[in-house]
Ligand binder design. Sequence first.
Ligand code: AKG
Ligand code: FE2
Length: 214
Amino acid sequence: MHDDLFSHLTSTPEPFVPGAYLLRDFVGQQDQPLLHDLQRILAQAPWRHMQTPGGLTMSVAMSNCGKLGWVSDRRGYRYASLDPLSGLPWPKMPPSFEALAQSAAAVAGCEQFQPDACLINRYESGTKLSLHQDKDERDFSQPIVSVSLGVAAIFLFGGLKRSDPVLRTELTHGDVVVWGGPSRLRYHGIAPLKPEEHPLMGRVRINLTFRAAG
Ligand SMILES: O=C(O)CCC(=O)C(=O)O
Ligand SMILES: [Fe+2]
């Protein structure tokens, strides 16, 4: 199915650093079905601000879908199969989400991507995500696929050490970034969101981050 939806992008694009690909407007017309499915997920697993292990409240609001969901609390960061708010399994990953993630990974050269977790992030004006590595997953041979929706944001893409220089790239509605291979453990983050408005989404940015976690 997704071969048809995303057939406008068939050749492997150039990585912007080895192992990392920026697929501009990869989502295209699929944003509406994606947002529709997102509303269903949020009805079951609403936005929440998680606590860091140090006891701070994260400014990014989060939810998850898929077999596993990323959670943070005083006990640390981890993946969990149950939503701690409801005690129920996280909402299933909708086919629209999975198809998009797998197509983007394939375009970036990862044909076998099987995401079992999708962390959903919501940024409001001023919200940022500090530089971090995604390293709570079991298998670093699988890439991260990150989908941007809504207000544009500056994506910070550093190196394998926190002190390495950081590239700054604007991500707009529909852009997808895939990072794996030698880039899988690069530090990355989001600069404070500007107080702008997106015609479809209002004053927020939503990011879907697909991972093979378990
Ligand atoms: O919002 C983004 O683009 C990045 C999100 C991220 O790095 C994460 O959820 O680990
Ligand atoms: Fe991340």
